[in-house]
Design a protein around this ligand. Structure first.
Ligand code: ADP
Ligand code: MG
Length: 631
């Protein structure tokens, strides 16, 4: 038996590891599994590269054995194993990684092929977070003497001869109080699935489970041995090998979504930075999309080992509906949150992934308009959120975003609007409201329709902000048709009825008083008698509603401006009534009728824009009186 002191200040370093490097102690299992996987990779590599091992045949397998009574968890592999010296060197010296030494001996290309996970010699020690005492029994392939390494992770370690049937390694953890939660088949299985599902080699979980019996005394225990990982790492496989069904099945197992995804994007990047990514866009809006605490849907892997889906927002928040996997060869396995956030490799991967996503969506718009339409109806709102929040990606976002429009049955792009508008026009008109049918019928659009001028229609709550947020598109300014100056350049001339119009304006101002900010002759009305707009630079009703919802406070009141159509018979009638009133010296019934008609013109205009009144009965009462008169 040989006794050794740890070669470096293991005590201090152990403390560091257990308290700062690993924020979650459960990663011990991930680390041991990846060591086992590395060991198998190394032996596999020897069987193809070293004549002495060419004849060796072995079926790679990692086994995790739980013994609840003995309070041990054992991670075994039939990989390359360690001899006495390697046990002392590799496990006795922290921060000195045998894997790294091995890698350095390999040539560049072989290194890439070998899929070795570990790069920093700290992983093994994470097991001391949950174990008081660890034994490592190992037989190196090609030798015939096994050894056991034992340590409490504090003072040092000892190594003595041992017995092991066949090459490979068993890491036996004597679980401490910190680790009791892992002494159950259920929790180990959950951990293995979460972190190691895509390790290339089969992982078996072996435990003794009690069979059910009515009389607990009669319950027997039997050994359960099942493979718990899928061992596929689908995203790493070449595209031609994979069928649609493979992709769909993987999506479902990844997300728990029962529906097929709308589309997926599978990328294998090679070059200075290597990574694979497989992104999915769901075919429905995830129920929790608007819950602020929702986690992003992308899992980060390093060499097939799951690292995190929380520590880092891989795509901008507006793409939080995207699900999938990114797997890199160029990040260390024990990369911490802080490292991830400032890591150059990670940033390059993030940028490339986002770029790829944008270009694939653009591609989809060009090649599969139907599918793209579905995408827009599901996630168009998110693109608009992006326009408002991500200035750096404004250009690709503006290419993708779509709106409803008066000149298109379906969605239209800004580029299409611009090309239909022609060179001369410098304005993109828009109208927002809750209901598409009501928008299409709005009196505000009458002249725009007559003149064939396209107006974008926004029915998403965010549209009001989005239009304002875009501000300008390739030299064209956005302008709401709800604002008074919108029609200035359209100029429908009402000079024929100017006199009548001016009279009506006076009457309405007198009757409506401070219900309105102003009454004016309209240049935009065709068939309707009246409409309401807001002053330029004042908040549109949609904007006020949105503000109220976001701030939970009443937005500053904006008084509407009533516009009237002097050509309309009701305006004609209003003026005629006023003349009759003058002649009759203020006949009460006529006065009442003037008031009723004025208010009804106002109410109707408000209704057309989807506004509500505090006392709708007043509208009904006045309308009823007018109707009764006309009979
Ligand atoms: P890393 O995996 O980053 O190299 P670890 O602390 O996890 O660091 O492991 C230290 C070293 O111990 C490994 O590099 C490897 O040489 C050796 N080792 C650990 N576990 C095994 C195993 N199951 N089989 C063979 N060697 C192992
Ligand atoms: Mg390791």
């Amino acid at each position: 038996m040989a006794n050794y002191a740890f070669k470096t200040e293991v005590n201090q370093l152990l403390n560091l590891i257990t308290h700062s490097l690993y924020s979650h102690k459960e990663v011990f299992l991930r680390e041991l599994i990846s060591n086992a996987s590395d060991a198998i990779d190394k032996l596999k590599y020897l069987t193809v590269s070293d004549d002495a091992f060419k004849t060796l045949s072995f079926e790679p397998r990692i086994t995790v054995t739980l013994d609840e009574d003995a309070k041990t968890i054992t991670v075994s592999d039939n990989g390359i194993g360690m001899d006495e010296e390697e046990l002392a060197d590799n496990l006795g010296t922290i921060a000195r990684s045998g894997t790294r030494a091995f890698l350095e001996r390999l040539g560049e290309n072989e290194r890439k092929a070998s899929n070795l996970i570990g790069q920093f010699g700290v992983g093994f020690y994470s097991a001391f977070m949950v174990a008081d005492h660890i034994e490592v029994v190992s037989l190196k392939a090609g030798t015939d003497k096994a050894f056991v390494w034992k340590s409490d992770g504090k003072s040092g370690f000892e190594i003595e001869p041992a017995v092991r049937a066949g090459f490979g390694t068993d890491v036996i953890l004597h679980i401490n109080d910190e680790g009791t939660e892992y002494l159950s088949r259920w929790s180990l299985e959950e951990l293995l699935k979460r972190y190691s599902n895509h390790i290339a080699w089969p992982i078996h979980l072996v435990s003794k489970e009690k069979t059910y019996a009515k009389d607990p005394a009669k319950a027997e225990s039997k050994t359960v041995d099942e493979q718990v990982n899928s061992a596929s790492a689908l995203w790493r496989r070449p595209k031609p090998e994979l069928t649609d069904k493979d992709y769909i099945d993987f999506y479902k197992s990844l997300t728990g979504d029962e529906k097929d995804p709308l589309l997926w994007i599978h990328t294998k990047a090679e070059g200075t930075i290597e990574y694979s990514s497989l992104l999915y866009i769901p075919s429905h809006v995830p129920a929790d999309l608007y819950i602020p605490t929702r986690e992003q849907g992308i899992k980060l892997y390093v060499k097939r080992v799951f690292i995190t889906d929380k520590e880092l927002q891989i795509l901008p928040p507006y793409f939080r509906f995207v699900r999938g996997v990114i797997d890199s060869d160029d990040l260390p396995l024990n990369v911490s949150r802080e490292m991830l956030q400032h890591n150059r490799v990670m940033m390059t991967i993030q940028q490339a992934t986002l770029k790829k996503l944008f270009s694939e969506l653009e591609q989809l718009a060009a090649t599969n308009p139907e599918k793209f339409k579905t995408f827009i109806s599901l996630f168009g709102v998110q693109l608009k959120e992006g326009i408002l929040s991500d200035w750096t990606n404004r250009e690709p976002l503006l290419k993708l975003v779509r709106f409803k429009s008066t000149l298109a049955e379906d969605w239209t792009s800004l580029a299409d609007y611009k090309s239909r508008a022609g060179e001369g026009r410098k304005t993109i008109y828009y109208l927002t409201g809750e209901n598409e049918a009501r928008l299409r019928a709005s009196p505000l659009l009458e002249v725009f329709k007559e003149k064939g001028i396209e107006v974008l229609l926004g029915t998403d709550e965010i549209d009001e902000l989005a239009f304002g947020g875009i501000g300008e598109y390739e030299g064209m300014q956005f302008k709401s048709v709800q604002q008074v100056d919108a029609e200035e350049e359209l100029g429908k001339d009402q000079s024929e009825h100017k006199d009548r119009g001016e009279k009506a304006v006076k009457i309405l101002k007198r009757v409506l008083g401070d219900r309105v900010k102003d009454v004016r002759l309209s240049k935009r009305l065709g068939k309707s008698p009246s409409c309401v707009v807001v002053d330029k630079d004042e908040f549109t009703p949609q904007y006020r509603k949105l503000m109220e919802r976001l701030t939970n406070e009443p937005a500053p009141e904006v008084k509407p401006i009533l516009e009237i159509n002097a050509e309309h018979p009701l305006i004609e009638r209003l003026v005629a009534l006023d003349t009759r009133k003058e002649l009759s010296g203020g006949d009460l019934a006529t006065v009442q009728e003037i008031e009723d008609l004025s208010h009804v013109l106002f109410y109707e205009a408000m209704l057309a824009e989807g506004e509500h009144f505090e006392v709708p009965q007043d509208f009904a009462e006045r309308l009823n009186r007018l109707l009764a008169k006309s009979s």
